[in-house]
Design a protein around this ligand. Structure first.
Ligand SMILES: [Fe+2]
Length: 157
């Protein structure tokens, strides 16, 4: 572990940095899957969903960056190559032959919900270790991605 401006003990910083890396792997994987949906979507809902998926991707890219930088701030490292992410992400692979608009909506909703499970687990671990700042970061992310999951689920009703 590197030196850190955080006052948390090294054991806590190490545990939190590790869980943040798990979220980084999921988040980078999810980002690539959202872009695949953004590029390949076809159907009557194209005009609404193509730009909506892009807003999800842009917001997630920022969250991934914040998560990586939090891990390093705590004295850890940030792991994020495509090969590393492919081994560790909890998301299933995206069926890249999908084209129909609402099929993409279902696939992305499922994957955002899986991402959220991980974010809540990491937040609970941050709480256990008294890392209010990581908890705060993850709460912001959970709130926004729950909203995105709602957008998708609402499109299916
Ligand atoms: Fe684009």
């Amino acid at each position: 572990m590197y030196k850190s401006p955080s006052r948390l003990p090294e054991e806590a910083r190490s545990a939190v940095a590790q869980t943040l890396n798990a979220r980084l792997a999921d988040g980078l994987d999810l980002h690539s899957q959202i872009k695949v949906a953004h590029w390949n979507i076809k159907g009557p809902q194209f005009a609404a969903l193509h730009p909506l998926f892009e807003t999800f991707a842009v917001s997630l890219a920022n969250h991934n960056d914040s998560i990586a930088e939090r891990a390093v701030t705590l004295g850890g490292r940030a792991y994020g190559t495509a090969r590393h992410v492919a081994e560790r992400s909890r998301l299933p692979e995206y069926p890249q032959e999908t084209s129909r608009d609402l099929e993409h909506v279902v696939l992305l909703a499922e994957r955002i919900e899986l991402y959220l499970d991980g974010a809540r687990e990491s937040r609970a671990l941050g709480e256990e270790h008294g890392d209010t700042d990581t908890v705060d970061l993850l709460t912001g992310i959970v709130t926004e991605l729950e909203k995105h999951a709602w957008f998708l689920r609402a499109s299916l009703e």
